[in-house]
Design a binder for this molecule. Sequence first.
Ligand SMILES: O=C(O)C(=O)C[C@]1(C(=O)O)C=C[C@@H](O)C=C1
Length: 307
Amino acid sequence: MSLRLAYLGPEGTFTEEALRLMKPGAERLPCATVSAALNACRAGEADGAVVPLENSLEGAITTTLDEFAWGEPLLISAELLLPVQFSLLARPDTELRHIKRVYTHPAAITQCRGFIARELPDAVVVAAPSTAAAAQEVSLPGSPYDAAIAARIAGEHYGLVEIAANIGDRSDTVTRFVRVSRPGPLPEATGSDRTTLVVFLADDHPGALLEMLTEFSVRGVNLSRIESRPTGEGIGRYFFHFDFEGHVSDARVGEALSGLHRICGEVRFLGSYPRADGVAPQIKRGTADADFAEAGDWLTRIRSGQV
Ligand SMILES: O=C(O)C(=O)C[C@]1(C(=O)O)C=C[C@@H](O)C=C1
């Protein structure tokens, strides 16, 4: 039976491209939102889901971060870095000067800010559920929108023409996607892994963030992303999202997690999985697995009086 993966649809989204690259043979279940894709996975309607997590220009995809923190637990099992290039797409015979209403995903609005300001200064830009949903809508006769901003492939899929190509503010923008599934066995450590966590404070006090960071720092664990997100319980109440180098089976990572578990209110483990860029972590002196094992043996010896 083939793997069934939920994603932000309809056909032609960047998320679909990421899914195809991650699992070429998988059956694809398009969903209207990132939350719906994750819930399809939670409910067992899909074996997993592919969702965007962060963008090199715009930063974190906050819906994804919040879903990971609050919903039924899910585990990340893989990541992919996808270069994103946007096109301005319209029905045949549309000219740039005729475009007054543009439809696209909010992430694309942010990433194409320069082009919109320069070429479409008078256009109204409306937020769509996804770039492909925007292209699909624009393709309908009688659509209130003149153009969509989406991947070129979405234009081909929905019969739109490309009015302008590569309209992103930068040509090297990359979105990081992750594949998630319901909790189960973790991917094996590869030597080039990443771990993702959500941490809730036990209580707010001076130095709380520094205490958390110290758990990583003293074990030589290198962070690659830290984000604070509001808990919704009032101004100034936040929880934290971390990505860092290493696998939970590495001694230094395991020790840092145990430390956080001791001092924080809740630590939600979101998975250890191979890094898309294959970069191996820098191991600081005294923080390799062998160093932790040797220190453990030493402690056992002195506790038994072998000084
Ligand atoms: O709308 C899409 O095509 C998506 O896959 C979503 C999304 C995002 O959420 O960032 C993915 C990649 C691009 O950065 C723009 C939009």
